[in-house]
Design a protein around this ligand. Structure first.
Ligand SMILES: Nc1ncnc2c1ncn2[C@@H]1O[C@H](COP(=O)(O)OP(=O)(O)OP(=O)(O)O)[C@@H](O)[C@H]1O
Ligand SMILES: [Mg+2]
Length: 265
């Protein structure tokens, strides 16, 4: 059986486009035929909203982390949802032995026909994000194209390294993504240069452009790939880079390239 890649999407700051990235990468990978599970690990439950899951869908990731449900039982339309009850589950988790390993153990029991699992982390580097990093084999760090982007990424990277050194030696960086960028502005360009100077090739060549259309597409729970294919092209390009970094999924690259081509014509 092929290996499942588990990708934690994290940032030190809020509002760096993590949830949009998980949602849209899942869309792009699925359209390329990659069986993808999305996991909402944020008590805000934004990912569940973006996918238009009913707010009362149960069980959720909180039930999984507290042992009331298995991860398999909590999958609704290829998504494990979250809601505010996750905040309580996080508090409970804090007092338990092996608290950093709980998500890893739970996801290990997901039926392994998924090729990719994408985990949407909350905007903090606390216990939930650590659980995601211990469950993952790749970390994708997002940064808003603003002043201080580099500091935020460096802080996220410290937590990635901590997880690798202590509990998850198999964890690798998938890449650093510059998001919400307006390359006509000096601060977006400087943010990119500072990330490239520090992280070199690990910074994705694809930069996600900033557009008000993202808020509209989130509100309508409609993928940006359909809402604004011209902007969605950024995420198709990102998905292509992600697949390049996951050689086991090489077959999907051709299908993705076809998608990107038909989107641009
Ligand atoms: N490329 C983009 N351009 C403009 N706005 C965007 C873009 N991507 C996401 N947004 C909008 O920015 C806001 C934050 O995005 P998102 O929820 O994806 O970030 P986040 O990092 O998950 O936030 P949080 O830290 O609160 O979880 C949302 O309103 C979203 O619609
Ligand atoms: Mg989010």
């Amino acid at each position: 059986m092929a290996k499942t890649h588990t990708i934690a999407v994290l940032s030190q700051k809020g509002g760096t486009g993590k949830t949009t990235t998980v949602r849209t990468l899942a869309d792009a990978l699925r359209r390329a035929g990659v069986r993808t599970l999305a996991v909402d690990l944020d008590p805000q439950g934004n990912l569940s909203d973006y996918f238009d899951l009913p707010p009362d869908a149960e069980p959720t990731i909180a039930d999984v982390l507290s042992g009331r449900a298995t991860a398999a039982e909590a999958i609704h339309e290829d998504l494990i949802p979250a809601n505010l009850s996750l905040a309580e589950a996080e508090l409970m988790l804090g007092g338990k032995m092996g608290r950093e390993m709980t998500l890893r153990r739970a996801l290990a029991k997901v039926p392994d026909d998924y090729q990719v699992m994408l985990i949407d982390c909350p905007p903090s580097l606390g216990l939930l994000t650590v659980n995601a990093l211990v469950a993952a084999d790749r970390a994708l760090v997002t940064a808003e194209a603003q002043y201080f982007a580099l500091q935020g990424v460096e802080q996220a990277m410290e937590v990635v390294e901590l997880a690798r050194d202590s509990l998850n030696p198999a964890l690798e960086l998938l890449g650093v993504l510059l998001n919400l960028a307006d390359m006509r502005t000096v601060h977006s360009r400087e943010a990119l240069v500072s990330l490239q100077e520090r992280f070199g090739e690990q910074v994705f060549a694809t930069v996600i452009r900033s557009s008000i259309a993202y808020a509209e597409s989130a509100e309508r729970a409609k993928s940006i790939l359909d809402h604004r294919p011209d902007l969605g092209a950024d995420y198709l390009a990102l998905a292509g880079e992600v697949l390049e970094r996951l050689p086991e999924l090489a077959d999907a690259r051709k299908r993705l390239a076809q998608l990107a081509q038909s989107a641009s014509t």
